[in-house]
Design a protein around this ligand. Sequence first.
Ligand code: ZN
Length: 99
Amino acid sequence: MAGRASGAPRMVRGSVVTHRRRCGKPTCRCAGGQELHESTVLSYSERGRTRFVMLPPGEVAVVRAAVERYRAAQAKLDAQAEAGRAALIERINADRGTR
Ligand SMILES: [Zn+2]
């Protein structure tokens, strides 16, 4: 039995979403379709397909935090890459002007 948080990844790509549906157990309260079963999943895309992985309750908070860290890191990376492109274009235009 692996420790829950011990192997938690620092970053996870995807989003944590709550699904409401029948879980499939005929004896469950959700079977009637009135009171649907809630499950928290990690939704992610892989090779163009959306996939889900069920999150045990003990994993939800750590996965949410890891998803947030990924979003923040990605936003920062995107900003750097945009600045890089702007600087490149500026340099190319300046070179053209002095030739
Ligand atoms: Zn159920």
